[in-house]
Write a protein that binds this ligand. Structure first.
Ligand code: HAM
Length: 418
């Protein structure tokens, strides 16, 4: 039997270079966007008291069935974060910062799901939350931030939006929907009946083919909104129109958490398989702060799965893992080290092979590293206080340059290429 103990646990994976370079690109693209829109980075613990998640998601699969719970040696009941919003609201209630509080985050999330491509037991999310304003314009800003991020990466997405209304109308809708669905339960079986009993809203996003007909003809949330919720939703749509952001309204869009009130949205990608096609999603949760013992404070945000973004980007090479210069050192001493350091101090991506390798092996390493230039330190040239420089991609051979000029010479050319 193979020993799996020394492999990453099921549903998790390592990210190795050079793939990890794309991780950095995705994260820094997001960070730039978020900072430009006035968000500051928030870092919260990977685990929280169990209640933080139980309080806001007691009837959702993510909390009830998929959460990684643990008891620490002091007997505290804790959970690894299954999602990013509850910890942010917990931090808000704890620290009471001035509002609107605008934070962004990058954090791992843990869900005991059935692993498949795009669905893991640990996934990373980039997200933002704005706490302390019910302004529908903020819904638009938040959606625009996500849309801009996907655009920066060159990703095609489609945006679907919906409104869950306010809690009272949602309760009423839930009852209407339950009655409608139960009217069809006889033909659809026990699983269906159980799901309706648990939470009729959860039936709406079920992927079971035999249920789709009934789901499609089911009552629509957007038709039973209160006047206030309908007006808010109208203003969100208007704002999206003003910014030229395309969307479709999907009255059957229900997201996997019970905490949503009002606007909900999802960005989907046709580059991903249907069951895991959500590149990101979010919405309003105007009751959450209160549920955690804080003052009534509205909030809105979204989370974006980094792994899914990377899948959707595919195997694109962006060249960010290339080296600018590789130092081939046959002197085997201080000169190579000094030159390498000079390149790095000047902001170039520079590397070398460990000392003791043959010249041939070092040039090979320079090729493998996809370096733009190779610089050779060899006894003849060095006696003339010079080095040989080679453009790795071309076949122009080597040129000799004075040792004192080589750093500036390469820097100028590399910067012109960038
Ligand atoms: P969520 O829809 O559960 O929402 O997750 C957000 C995104 O994380 C998904 O759209 C997907 O890209 C990614 N994701 C979720 N589960 C997995 C998984 N098992 N494997 C890989 N990627 C996954 C939330 O978590 C909410 N906290 C979003 C939010 C923020 N709502 C308001 N503010």
């Amino acid at each position: 039997m193979a020993d799996d103990s020394f492999r990453a646990p099921k549903g998790t994976h390592d990210v190795l270079p050079p793939d990890s370079a794309r991780w950095i690109e995705v994260v820094s693209t997001f960070a730039r966007r978020a900072e430009r829109a006035g968000f500051g980075l928030l870092v919260t613990p990977v685990f929280e008291h169990l209640e933080v998640f139980e309080r806001v998601g007691a009837s959702t699969d993510v909390v009830r069935k998929e959460m990684y719970e643990l008891t620490d040696k002091g007997g505290r009941r804790l959970a690894l974060r299954p999602e990013g919003t509850a910890p942010v609201v917990r931090a808000f209630v704890q620290h009471r910062p001035t509002t609107p509080w605008k934070v962004w985050y990058l954090a791992p999330n843990f869900r005991y799901e059935r692993p498949q491509k795009g669905r893991y037991r640990q996934h990373a999310q980039l997200g933002v939350e704005v706490i302390g304003t019910a302004d529908p314009g903020v819904d638009v800003e938040v959606i625009a931030l996500a849309a801009g991020f996907y655009r920066d990466l060159g990703l095609d997405t489609s945006l679907v939006i919906n409104s869950m209304g306010d809690p009272e109308t949602l309760e009423h809708f839930r009852a209407t929907l339950r009655a409608y669905l139960l009217g069809h339960a006889d033909s659809l079986g026990d699983d269906f009946r159980a799901r309706v009993a648990e939470n009729p809203l959860r039936v709406l996003d079920a992927k079971v083919p035999e249920w789709q007909d009934v789901i499609e003809r089911s009552p629509q949330m957007t038709e039973s909104l209160s006047d206030e919720a309908a007006a808010h939703f109208e203003r969100v749509q208007h704002g999206l129109d003003v910014l030229g952001i395309d969307y479709t309204i999907d009255p059957h869009l229900v997201r996997g958490f019970d905490y949503y009130t009002g606007t909900t949205f999802e960005f989907q990608s046709s580059a991903l398989e249907a069951a895991q096609n959500a590149l990101g999603g979010g919405g309003r949760y105007d009751r959450m702060a209160e549920e955690m013992g804080g003052p009534p404070t509205p909030g809105i945000g979204f989370g974006i799965g980094i792994e899914r973004v990377l899948h959707a980007l595919g195997e694109r090479q962006d060249g960010s893992d290339r080296l600018d210069v590789f130092v081939v050192d046959t002197l085997g001493g201080d000169e190579g080290l000094r030159l390498l350091q000079q390149f790095r101090e000047e902001g170039l991506r520079a590397d070398r092979a460990p000392t003791g390798r043959s010249m041939k092996a070092q040039w090979k390493a320079a090729d493998r590293a996809r370096a733009t230039y190779g610089v050779l330190l060899a006894p003849d040239e060095f006696a003339r206080e010079a080095v040989a420089v080679k453009a790795m991609a071309g076949d122009e051979g080597q040129a000799e340059l004075p040792l004192t000029e080589v750093v500036g010479w390469i820097k100028e050319r590399v910067e012109a290429l960038r």
